[in-house]
Ligand binder design. Structure first.
Ligand SMILES: [Zn+2]
Length: 191
C-alpha cells in the first residue's frame, strides 16, 4: 500500500452508509476499483438550537469530471479563489505542516473551519472536502472544512457566470426542498 493512503474517515461516507462512495456523480464511473482518484464534497446544515445536523448535498466526483467542472469556472473566479486561500496565512501554514507530516490529526482537521478555526458545532453551515482513491483517503492533499463565513466571503469573489454555473450544477443534481435550495443558492461548490 502506498504510504500516503489512509483509512477514510466516516464523515466522508455517504449519509447513512458504512461504506465509501461507489460512483462518480457525473460519469458514474466505478470508484471502488481505485483506478481513478476522486473528491468528496458535503454541505451540512447545522441546527445549532436543536443540535441536529443535516446533509444538504453530498457527492463524489472523479478527478476527470472535477477537472472538466473546474474548466467551466471563469479564469477570474479561479484566480480570486486562489488568491483568497493564498492570502490566509493560517491556512497555508496548516497545509505545509500537514504535507510535512506534522499537521493536526484528521479528527482535529475535520472538527473546525480550516480558515477561521471555528468549531463545526458552532457554525450554522459548513462544507467538507477530501481527496480519495478506492477505499482510501489520499493524505497528500489535506481534507478541509469551510464554514459559512468563508462560504459567504468566497461567493462574493465569484463572477456572476461562475455562480450561475454552480447553481446550474446544483439544480441538475440536487433538486431538493425549496427552503434548502434558497439557503444554498449562490454558495460555492467544487472548490
Ligand atoms: Zn466522473
Amino acid at each position: 500500500m502506498e504510504p500516503n493512503l489512509i483509512d477514510i474517515p466516516n464523515e466522508f461516507y455517504p449519509y447513512d452508509s458504512h461504506e465509501p462512495f461507489k460512483e462518480c456523480l457525473v460519469c458514474n464511473i466505478d470508484l471502488t476499483l481505485g483506478v481513478t482518484d476522486y473528491f468528496v464534497e458535503k454541505a451540512i446544515k447545522n441546527n445549532l438550537e436543536f443540535k441536529v445536523k443535516d446533509v444538504v448535498f453530498e457527492y463524489a466526483m472523479c478527478s476527470k469530471c472535477a477537472q472538466n467542472m473546474q474548466q467551466s469556472i471563469s479564469i477570474e473566479s479561479q484566480q480570486s479563489m486562489q488568491n483568497y486561500f493564498a492570502s490566509q496565512a493560517g491556512f497555508m501554514s496548516k497545509i505545509q505542516a500537514y504535507q510535512a507530516g506534522k499537521g493536526d490529526s484528521i479528527n482535529e482537521l475535520l472538527s473546525k473551519c480550516t480558515i477561521t478555526g471555528k468549531s463545526i458545532d458552532e457554525m450554522p453551515e459548513y462544507m467538507i472536502f477530501g481527496h480519495f482513491k478506492g477505499d482510501k483517503m489520499i493524505a497528500s492533499t489535506m481534507p478541509y472544512v469551510v464554514g459559512n463565513f468563508v462560504m459567504d466571503a468566497l461567493s462574493e469573489l465569484l463572477s456572476t457566470e461562475t455562480l450561475d454555473e454552480m447553481n446550474g450544477f446544483k439544480d441538475q443534481y440536487f433538486g431538493g426542498p425549496v427552503e434548502l435550495e434558497d439557503l444554498w443558492k449562490n454558495k460555492p461548490v467544487f472548490l
